[in-house]
Design a binder for this molecule. Sequence first.
Ligand code: ADP
Length: 320
Amino acid sequence: MFLQIKNMSKKYGDSYAIRDINFSLEEGKFLCLLGPSGSGKSTILHSIGGFIDHGGQVILDGQDISKQSPEDRDVSTVFQSYGLFPHMTVEKNIAYGLRFKGRTEDKSQRLKEAREILDLVGLKGYEKRYPSELSGGEKQRVALARSLIVRPKLLLMDEPLSALDAKLRDQMQVEIRRIQKEFNITTIFVTHDQKEAFVMADEIIILNQGKIVNQGRPDEIYNKPKNAFSLDFIGQKNIFADSYVRPEKIQIDEDGEEFVITDITFFGPTIELKIENSQRKLKMLVLNQDFSYQKGDKIKVKYDLEKINENITCTDPASC
Ligand code: ADP
């Protein structure tokens, strides 16, 4: 495996921020670390980047880099706050990436490489601008370019889109993925936003209280959650004692069970219905297509309940 994290732990005082973190990643893959606030996502990311002293090992492309400083690691980090220098032009900010890693002595060569990479992130013509003259999305691209210019083996991104408005965020998700694929760069991306993780990731790790509770492809994480926490954290659901059904899996069917519609919420492309009968209350989602029901109407639906898996915590991906 290209990247292996072995028994990574970090303690602050008496409590563990992360504990027994083990996972691996193939070259070129895009991994999202997903979890609620305080679950340990940033601690893992910054331990891999070399900014936090931790227990355990980080093995990148066969080399144990656990004791290397951030500058010496073949790893670049894009921080949430972008970290651009306000007094430097865009091209100088990007060229600084090379200086930080001690890669290129020749200043004009650094600037030439900066201009080349600006083109790749879609900012040709922005060379002489200052960060204050850029939009949020443009600053994000500059920060990305500064990390990519050193051609790192591993790119780390800590909630890089959290400052952007919803529309720009959607665009940048697609754009970052395009650039990541173009560079074939192995990437770990931290987010607390499940939609973002689903859009971007090849693989998702779900964290809770400093431990890995689920790891898999987005469809596996959604369709086959390994435990109650993952089920509860991801997507909408109707949960009963030991079983659940996702709202979109409930189908209108004339041969189904009868319910009364108690509430209707319009989401645009989809419509959420709250329905109930003497047995159950359910939430269901229907597509906004020939929808003509009203509150109080009767509706017949079919659904299968799925079993909730045991509340196991998997610290070893092999058991996940
Ligand atoms: P996330 O990125 O998922 O929000 P963090 O990795 O930032 O979570 O934090 C994980 C846990 O470690 C939290 O309980 C947080 O309070 C704690 N923590 C993080 N940094 C420090 C620190 N410098 N000192 C003490 N506790 C910390």
